[in-house]
Design a binder for this molecule. Sequence first.
Ligand SMILES: *Cc1c(COP(=O)(O)O)cnc(C)c1O
Length: 362
Amino acid sequence: MARVYNFSAGPSMLPEQVLKTAAAEMLDYKGSGQSVMEMSHRSKTYDAIIKEAEALLREVMNIPDNYKVLFLQGGASSQFAMVPLNLMNKNHKADYVITGQWANKAYKEAARYGDAHVVASSADKTFSYIPKLDPATFTPDADYFHICMNNTIYGTKYHTLPETGNVPLVADISSCALSEPIDVSKFGLLYAGAQKNMAPAGLTVVIIREDLIGNAQDITPTMFNYQIHADNGSMFNTPPCYTIYICKLVLEWIKNEIGGLENMKKINEKKAALLYDFLDNSKLFRGTVVPEDRSLMNIPFVTGDADLDAKFVAEATAAGFVNLKGHRTVGGMRASCYNAMPIEGVEKLVAFMKDFEAKNLK
Ligand SMILES: *Cc1c(COP(=O)(O)O)cnc(C)c1O
């Protein structure tokens, strides 16, 4: 069996041990005689799985007690609407920073439900940086302030958070969740589609401060109301049972094999440094993001020649480094190095790039 190094931006690699455990438990989960896929979500066995997943997430992310964890569906994209429907409830105003396509989609959706204000944007340079934010330009009576913490397509990340005072900070952490420790208490709400770093597709995780629950706009569909899901322990309807089970295995891997998010961060920094150091010294390739805003997870790079980029992607694919093609708005390549990408995957990619450079540098 030959497994490739999958640099996909999402869905993405899962830890091999997680896949092996899932395979071993596929037909008979712990003597239940059933797969987790087949089980009633109201069964005792499944109840233990979802409770353990939440307990592990709280432990690994150090989530304070006054926050609820919700296991939802609909992807991060549904949160673009759920956040304004539930939180734009006092002054019907919110601030947004436009740092890429996902941030822009979130802003556009919010503008349908209230007064969404663009504080800053980095569209002028193809989102290759995080704009410097001046709190004097923030809306003082906004119901919340929204950022996309790690910009999956463009490879930027906030390394310092905006100072929003009493205005709750809301962050899309789809592509950086579980990659390093995060101080949850600094946020009103965090959300993530799970398919980048937490689990397969199908699960959306929301971490919300309790006082922000319970004042949804009247038009909010029942399934889009955080209170409904909070009151029902994420079991108002059938949750994405199997994906939550895989998320539990991923959290066990982070806790027991990696040793928690501090260690996860060190490993991710090591991987990113391998690639960034090579890019900074390469005569053929270069990174597209300003150094101070670089993401640990998503690393876009180009040669500056579209034909050579295409040749690189084709040869890399043949050599077992897959999904390296960049987003069409950036061109070139993007290596997404999520938690499950082993260090040797990045080492081998860099060796392959060195070799490609030696053969193709004119
Ligand atoms: C992938 C991604 C999304 C979209 O997630 P879905 O779960 O497909 O809706 C939103 N935001 C960010 C930052 C992403 O990386």
